[in-house]
Design a protein around this ligand. Sequence first.
Ligand code: DC
Length: 229
Amino acid sequence: MKKIVIAIDGFSSSGKSTMAKDLAKSIGYIYIDTGAMYRAVTLYCLMNGIITDKGINTDLLESEIGKIRIDFKNNETTGRRETILNGVNVEEDIRKMDVANWVSPIATIGFVRRALVALQQKMGERKGIVMDGRDIGTVVFPNAELKLFITASPEVRAQRRVDELKAKGEQVSYEEVLENIKTRDHIDSTRKESPLKQADDAIVLDNSAMTIDEQKAWLLVQYKKAIEE
Ligand code: DC
């Protein structure tokens, strides 16, 4: 069967990762979470004195960017794909609030984006992938056969994120998360380098009032249409 590239872009906590992961599993495609890659670079910066009280030392980051290796590995027990930073599994650490608070400014840096986009394009060379992020349909794979843009209200997204963090035992307030989401939306959509915007040929879905099962079913229909074309 014809293999395609599926690009899923959208706002933070819009549920796009859940949708992308699920679709990849049901159609036997590889799933790539590009947000995890920006988060891994951010974690590296926090661990190596590149992010300090004074902010981001971009010169130091530029000199070290070549040392940052990011891979994904399947966890045989959970079936989940996990993020590996220089050989260490960082899947849990990259989801914490300190990383969330710094990842948007890191993602505005041109040389960081160029390095990660090149890696993402290599990962998708053989097609058969579902990739989610902010610039997949616009910059990484402008020729993707199927492009989706997922959105939901900031309040719905904040509540989903609070539920997710609480399930992992992290204590966060709804207000703090809502503030973080609004700030990230603003930085992500107004930055100079590849701002978050929907591709002209993307199909838009506002999933504020949809259940996960409804989203899954909708996505599968889009995939079937795309491979028939
Ligand atoms: O999807 P996420 O919340 O894990 O993404 C983390 C951050 O990385 C988010 O603030 C935007 C940025 N990002 C990006 O700029 N480009 C991508 N392709 C993916 C994520």
